[in-house]
Unconditional design. Sequence first.
Length: 136
Amino acid sequence: MRDVDKIKRMLKNHERRISALEKRTPPTIGTFTTKRLSVKEFILSKNPKNDVDKTLAIGYYFEKYKKIDSFNVKDLKRGFHAAREKEPPNINDKINLNIKKGMLMEADEKKDNFTAWVLTNKGEKFVENDFKKVNR
């Protein structure tokens, strides 16, 4: 019986060590380690053509990858900075151009006392299609 107790203690110790390692190690798919996509990587992958598209891409990133319900001017400024992109002189102008094109719309509620926006279905499809017009 003594050997069985020793084996049980060893197994328990191994389980504890394996659990601790799993908590420290990022999840993997096959042999590739998964990593959270940064806003910079996202913008580089989509290759927006101008500041209007970059503004839309950053909004898309916030909604889809950061799971933020809506975004405001301060969020977009932080997004440009995090992406290492030059901030446009007038972000509100870029937002308004996206609204005119039907890519963004005003959110139901303000965010931090600032007007907030969300992507429209058309805006989502436009970004997902790498800024090419989606025919319906």
